[in-house]
Design a protein around this ligand. Sequence first.
Ligand code: CMX
Ligand code: CO
Length: 150
Amino acid sequence: MLTRIDHIGIACHDLDRTVEFYRATYGFEVHHSEINEEQGVREAMIKVNDASDGGATYLQLLEPTREDSAVGKWLAKNGEGVHHIAFGTADVDADAADIREKGVRVLYDEPRTGSMGSRITFLHPKDCHGVLTELVTAAPPAEGGSPEDH
Ligand code: CMX
Ligand code: CO
């Protein structure tokens, strides 16, 4: 079951300048940053709020690490802006299987690794009224720690 908006993915040319915009304009700080080579992105997660299912809602700022990546291609065509939305679920495998049965293309056979050790998959935007849609299951909390401690 999809229980929250996990994040909104925003494509940008310059991650540091975009992070600074969110800090200076809204007071948001970076919660986590990483490079995901498989996805071809350098990213910063900005936490907006905690959610009732124990997760949280973020903005995911994305700078491409190579021109032929999903974000690199999208930026070249569209310029900066909202690239995708991501719904949070406790069971990405089950939700992806249910959605695939409804005839929506799920892009990966098995979920891949996303931000902060999460498991992610994507639904094709052409099957979702033009919206690239991600499904996310957060990594389990570290032993003895909160979900943030990883
Ligand atoms: N939102 C809406 N439509 C999109 C889109 C997006 N983000 N990206 C591509 N499209 C549309 C294009 O406009 C194009 O439409 P037209 O045929 O009408 O022109 C069509 O989809 C095909 O686009 P393309 O530029 O030829 O790109 P590809 O088919 O090679 O790739 C997609 C599209 C969705 C399969 C690819 O972007 C993908 O695999 N995305 C999932 C992975 C990803 O986005 N990773 C980065 C984020 C990582 C993270 O969130 O952690
Ligand atoms: Co994302």
